[in-house]
Write a protein that binds this ligand. Structure first.
Ligand code: APR
Ligand code: PHB
Length: 421
């Protein structure tokens, strides 16, 4: 068995692992990234593309924002269409100037991977982590395979950035972790095409045939989604069928000017809400999708991963600058406060905008009427739109607090008191 040593072993080279690795390396904190699949496979995954300002700032801090700064498209708002009637949520005006940036997650990952290659830090691809040893105190160990050979990494800490199906979360004993989950009865069928986007801002469409989203990657590349039952297969959807269905769900004006073309990618993603509490155990810290999943309706998945990374990066930097080990104890609570907020918003947006199919037709009809009425209520007054806008742009990141150091003069006073007694 080959043995390596480092300060932080990072499992997974998705956006969470790569961003954390890059930020730590900039602070001189050595780390090793171990990824199960190949670089090509990681870069082949098409995911969301709306970045909150907090994410953009963090990417700038990591030194990897050049292309985002050049090519990212700033969005000042988005539309919600209800059966073809559009309402503009003017996020910039409703939030005192906050905006979001449209830049694909795949491109973020590509930029971070390139920076990783240029750094002195080690990365292993096509190298599945098989298990971890996470003692109460002392060094932790990560075991993985690389080119048919067993390896181990001895480290101070493990960052579990290995997504929903990784090994990190299940390694936390079941009596310690609690999992909260909601699986929705539908998924999103996504299509990427080199066609000009139908609108310069995003359109979230509530429609009796099901939800649809018109998004984009650039002025020449579009990303569209359709709500489909979670039993649906991508093979059943020719490009023609997709474009036809999309036209039915888009507002009339956009449907007429929709430019269609061959798909570059087409896939179905199930919708799920999921949270694991706590997000830390001994020397292990869960980051991003390994600890929580949101349905994509609020565009929060990647942004939540980034706020976890920000908290862990801050806590580890403080620890390696001399703060006591307890500084790391705040990680889970700080992350979870923001996560539950985003879970609630994503769940709410999903409930408001989707068509729910289920067995109890009578009750479903009532619930749908309630959703219609609630959405209408929010869209008809500025306070409602402001609430949507504030949550869409993202809440501020909570700071990790320094651990109070024992104060020498207070200690001396206590001693004096004790002597007097
Ligand atoms: N060993 C090594 N790597 C692993 C293992 C393992 N046993 N199990 C999983 N991985 C890798 C996966 O192959 C994947 O590349 O961990 C990575 C996790 O990446 P993501 O799933 O992208 O998760 P994360 O980095 O937290 O990104 C969060 O990106 O995936 C989207 O919807 C998600 O937007 C959210 C954000
Ligand atoms: C995307 O562009 O892929 C996207 C945008 C907004 C969302 C979800 C996905 O809410």
């Amino acid at each position: 068995m080959k043995t390596l040593t480092t300060k932080v072993a990072i499992i997974g080279a998705g956006p969470s692992g790569l961003l954390l690795g890059q930020l730590l390396a900039k602070q001189g904190i050595d780390n090793i990234i171990v990824e199960r699949t190949s670089e090509e496979h990681v870069l082949g995954r098409i995911r969301a593309g709306i970045l909150e300002q907090g994410f953009v700032d963090l990417l700038r801090e990591s030194g990897c924002s050049q292309r985002l700064d050049d090519e990212g498209i700033v969005h000042h708002g988005f539309y919600i269409s209800v059966e073809g009637r559009k309402t503009y949520i003017d996020i910039k005006n409703l939030t005192d100037g906050k905006v979001v940036t449209c830049y694909g997650q795949t491109e973020v990952t590509r930029d971070l991977m390139q920076a990783r290659k240029d750094s002195q830090q080690m990365s292993f691809y096509s190298s599945p982590v098989t298990s971890i040893d996470n003692p109460e105190q002392g060094k932790a160990t990560v075991y993985f395979e690389h080119q048919g050979e067993p390896y181990q990494i001895e480290c101070d800490f493990i960052a579990g950035c290995d997504g929903f199906h990784g090994v990190s979360r299940p390694s936390i004993p079941t009596e310690i972790r609690t999992e909260y989950e909601r699986v929705y009865p539908f998924g999103w069928l996504g299509l990427l095409a080199d066609t000009p986007p139908v609108c310069d801002e995003l359109i979230y469409c509530k429609h009796s045939r099901g939800f649809a989203l018109a998004s984009q990657r650039s002025e020449t590349r579009s990303r569209y989604y359709l709500q489909v039952p979670n039993t649906e297969k991508v093979e059943n959807w020719s490009d023609e069928k997709f474009w036809e269905e999309l036209k039915r769900r888009l507002p009339e004006h956009e449907a007429q000017k929709l430019v269609t073309g061959p798909s570059l990618e087409k896939s179905i993603a199930p919708l799920r809400s999921f949270v694991c509490e706590p997000m830390q155990h001994n020397q292990l810290f869960l980051v991003g999708d390994s600890a929580h999943i949101v349905p994509p309706t609020g565009a929060k998945g990647l942004n939540l991963a980034a706020s976890d990374v920000a908290a862990l990066y801050q806590a580890l930097t403080a620890y390696y600058s001399g703060q006591p080990r307890e500084i790391l104890n705040q990680y889970s609570e700080v992350c979870l406060r923001r996560i539950w907020n985003a879970e609630r918003f994503s769940w709410w947006m999903t409930n408001m905008l989707h068509h729910f199919d289920g067995d109890q037709k009578f009750q479903r009809a009532f619930v749908e009427k309630m959703a219609d009425s609630e959405l209408e209520f929010y869209l008809q007054n500025e306070a409602g739109m402001k609430l949507i806008a504030e949550q869409y742009v993202g809440l501020p990141y909570e700071q990790i607090k320094p651990v109070p150091q024992p104060n020498a003069s207070i200690d001396a006073n206590i001693k004096q008191e004790k002597i007097k007694q």
